[in-house]
Design a protein around this ligand. Sequence first.
Ligand SMILES: Nc1ncnc2c1ncn2[C@@H]1O[C@H](COP(=O)(O)OP(=O)(O)OP(=O)(O)O)[C@@H](O)[C@H]1O
Ligand SMILES: [Mg+2]
Length: 502
Amino acid sequence: MGKTILTAVGITKVFPGMKALDKVDFDLRAGEVHILVGENGAGKSTLAKVILGVYKQDEGEVFFEGEKMEVSGTKDAIAKGIVAVYQEFTLIPYLSVAQNIFLNREFRTKLGFIDHKKMESEAEALLKSLNCEYINIKAPVKQLSVAEQQMVEIAKALSYKPRVIIFDEPTSALSDREAESLFAQIHNLKKKGIGIVYVSHRMEEFPKIGDRITVLRDGKKIATIGINDCTDHELITMMVGRDVSQVYVRTQNEHKGEALRTEDLSDYSGKVKGVSIVLNRGEIVGIAGLVGSGRTELAQLIYGINPIKTGKVYVNGREMMPKSPVNAVKHGIGLVSEDRKKYGLALGEAIAFNAISVSLKKIFPKFFMNKRKIYDIAKQNVDQLRIVTTSVHKQCKFLSGGNQQKVVLAKWLNFNPQIIIFDEPTRGIDVGAKMEIYKLMDRLAAEGKAILMISSELPEVIGMSDRIYVMHEGRMVDECKRGEFTAEQIGSRMLGLGVGGR
Ligand SMILES: Nc1ncnc2c1ncn2[C@@H]1O[C@H](COP(=O)(O)OP(=O)(O)OP(=O)(O)O)[C@@H](O)[C@H]1O
Ligand SMILES: [Mg+2]
């Protein structure tokens, strides 16, 4: 490993009412991947933003190759070749992929015009290096899936030819295949002597790419260790500050009749092709499949976001036509979405507002709103889900990524729907909180709710589901019961292969 290129010494950052970072030391060597872990709200993104100059620290200093960095904006960081792929997307929806990648640094022709050709060929080359040739560089970014947008963000960071890259949860929106492309690229960058800070909650990734790990907890640095010098168990204990044993919790319970059924469901985009599924009360049903296999689109059909082309949906045995989300909600269906910005949260509003937004009528059937009651409910949510915040009045945009996801969950818990579709429910959520969510799902099922869970994390699908459907290119290709399959079998079915990889 190379010499130290970046050092942060004694960084303290205070936000109103809380210390997000407390005298944190951190260093990065050339050619290493330094992983940053910790629970939601531990201060990971804040540390990244201090290094980049997005936030001004209250105490401490950052040095790049021994030289003190200026603490006014990101200019100095960019000049020194320090770039980031942020947790929240920064792309401009109506601009094309190529325009986004080279935003404000457009190539010019000799006559001073924007050189679209050059931008497009450079953008193409960057995406190719990430195995993403399939992304249309001329398309407006808003037409891309979340995973594709993430790959564009990564391409954009690479386009700066950086010396240091900070990745803040880059794979939380990616499928395994795309993640592998990113890892291959990270290995190339390492060989070139580029230093990488890598923030992630996915522990299975660490040994694939990491060299050292730093654990943050409540804004404090707990330890920096070599990747091979600790077990997963030790790492989790350091992160959450207590000993944790069992991850997946499932109580056996009886299934009490059919809650939801689809018959031969197809959509207009061709991403869902004749899908029939059954979901019973008291049951957790997982849908496994690669990103792009049509899982999210299926959820969107049932929830009335996209129109149904052919096929039928039955709720409690009665046919219903999901015309809109409002309509789906009336039929007792809730969707905890993977895209919390688009469908899940009003970021400029307070936690309390978001938490009760869908259930206002349910809580106050007589139109008299009682603020006290709203705050009490939100407080309960904050305690139960362990949302890290100074108060329930805080605007959601000031919460860490994982804590925003928890507010989306709170919203649906309060509404108490009979059928809940979880689309990537634990994306960006730390290990401790993941376990809380698994417990919650188990409890909801025990109460007789019907739960449909879409997840790219196979261990999670296998650990939690009573039954699993496997989707491949828009079709349901397999169905299996708990205990009757292995991860390998499901994995090969997801790829469209026969059982056992045939
Ligand atoms: N701009 C801000 N204003 C006020 N508080 C903030 C702001 N940004 C972050 N915080 C608070 O600082 C703490 C640390 O947040 P940070 O985003 O660094 O956490 P994180 O470790 O990245 O968590 P996650 O895993 O959920 O992304 C949180 O409690 C958060 O609410
Ligand atoms: Mg974060």
